[in-house]
Design a protein around this ligand. Structure first.
Ligand code: BDR
Ligand code: CA
Length: 332
C-alpha cells in the first residue's frame, strides 16, 4: 500500500497554479492538507478567493490560509493580468456562489502549526513568490527539520529567464524571500524553467478533458487555459495555441521523480540590480573554494531539475486529470 504524500500547497492561482491544484487533487498518491496563498499572479485576496473557488467547485473542502500581500523587502509590483487574467482565471464571465471562508491564521502561521503537529511528515510544494516560507522560517527557525521536504516551482539554472534574461518570475517577485528559502537547509528540490519550458500543453488538451468530464471545475480550467494560451501565442507563436504547465510539474516531480534528472549544487539569489532574481548555482558543487562570501561550504545544496521526460510527463498529467476525481461542486 502506498502512503500518500501529505502536502501543503503554497500558491498564487493563477492558471498554471490551477492546473497544479487539480493535478494534485486528482492524483491518488497526494493528500492536500491545506493551501496557503500569496500575491503574485494576482493579489493575495484574489489568490485566496481563487483557491477557495477552485477547491469548492471541484467538490473539495480543504483549508485555505491567506498569506503575504507584498514581498519581504522589494517594492510590490502590479499583478500580470495580461497573462492570467485580472481575476487570475482568464477573466471568468461568472462564478457560482460558494460558502467558504479562509482560515483565521496567516499562511506562515498555518505552515508552522501544521509542521509542528506533523513533524517530518509534510511536503511543502510552493509555486509562487516565497514570502510565506520566509515568514514561516522567521516564526520557526527549525522549520527545515520539521518539514519532510520542499519542492519549488521557481528559478532557472541555464534556461533564459521569463522576466529578465536571467530571472524566473516567482524568484524575481521576491528575491529576498527566495534567497532565505535556498539557504535554509531543508531537503529542497527546484523545478525551474530548465524543465518547465520543455513541457508544452495545447489548449485542446484542456478542451478534451473538459468535454470528457462535463464538470464546472474542468470547464473553468479550460477557460483559464485558453486565456493563458492566448498570452503564450502572443509571445511564442511557434508553440501554437499552447502554454507551459510550469506549476503542475512540481507535483509531477513529487509523484514521478524518475521522470526528471537533477543537478546538485548550492543556489543563491541576486537580490538587487540588473540581475535581480537570478538564481545562481554553484555548478561545481563545492569542488573548489570560492573567496566570495556567501558560498561557504556549509551552505545547503539544492536538487535542481535539469531534464524531464516530456512525453511521459504529459501522459501522466493527462491520465491523472482524466481520472474519476471530481465530486459534486460545493456551491450554494
Ligand atoms: C511561475 O510564475 C507564475 O506566473 C506561474 O504561476 C509560475 O508559478 C512561472 O515562472
Ligand atoms: Ca504560480
Amino acid at each position: 500500500m502506498t502512503t500518500k504524500h501529505k502536502v501543503i500547497f503554497d500558491t498564487d492561482p493563477g492558471v498554471d497554479d490551477a492546473m497544479a491544484l487539480y493535478f494534485a487533487l486528482a492524483h491518488p498518491d497526494i493528500d492536500i492538507l491545506g493551501i496557503t496563498t500569496i500575491f503574485g499572479n494576482v493579489t493575495v485576496q484574489q489568490a485566496t478567493a481563487n483557491a477557495l473557488y477552485l477547491t469548492r467547485i471541484a467538490g473539495y473542502d480543504i483549508p485555505v490560509a491567506g498569506g503575504a500581500p507584498v514581498p519581504l523587502a522589494k517594492a510590490a509590483g502590479m499583478p500580470p493580468g495580461f497573462i492570467h487574467g485580472d481575476d487570475g482565471l482568464g477573466n471568468l464571465d461568472q462564478r457560482s456562489a460558494i460558502d467558504a471562508q479562509p482560515e483565521s491564521c496567516s499562511a506562515a502561521e498555518y505552515i508552522v502549526s501544521m509542521a509542528r503537529a506533523h513533524p517530518g511528515e509534510i511536503t511543502l510544494v510552493a509555486v509562487a513568490p516565497l514570502a510565506n516560507l520566509g515568514l514561516a522560517l522567521k516564526i520557526e527557525p527549525n522549520l527545515p527539520k520539521l518539514l519532510k521536504r520542499v519542492i519549488l516551482m521557481a528559478g532557472t539554472v541555464t534556461e533564459p529567464g521569463n522576466v529578465s534574461p536571467v530571472a524566473e518570475a516567482n524568484v524575481w517577485n521576491d528575491p529576498d524571500a527566495a534567497d532565505l528559502v535556498f539557504t535554509a537547509g531543508w531537503n529542497l528540490t527546484m523545478v525551474g524553467l530548465d524543465v518547465t519550458h520543455r513541457v508544452v500543453l495545447p489548449s485542446s488538451f484542456f478542451v478534451e478533458l473538459a468535454k470528457k468530464h462535463n464538470h464546472l471545475a474542468m470547464t473553468t480550467l479550460s477557460h483559464a487555459a485558453n486565456f493563458y494560451c492566448d498570452f503564450y501565442k502572443s509571445i511564442r507563436p511557434e508553440l501554437g495555441h499552447a502554454c507551459y504547465g510550469h506549476d503542475v510539474l512540481a507535483f509531477v516531480c513529487l509523484v514521478a521523480p524518475e521522470l526528471f534528472k537533477t543537478q546538485e549544487g548550492r543556489i543563491r539569489v541576486v537580490t538587487d540590480g540588473i540581475a535581480n532574481g537570478q538564481t545562481m548555482m554553484d555548478k561545481l558543487n563545492g569542488k573548489i573554494f570560492y573567496p566570495q562570501p556567501g558560498w561557504e561550504p556549509d551552505k545547503p545544496v539544492t536538487h535542481a531539475c535539469m531534464q524531464v521526460d516530456v512525453n511521459a510527463c504529459i501522459q501522466l498529467i493527462e491520465t491523472t486529470l482524466a481520472g474519476n476525481w471530481l465530486k459534486a461542486p460545493l456551491t450554494v
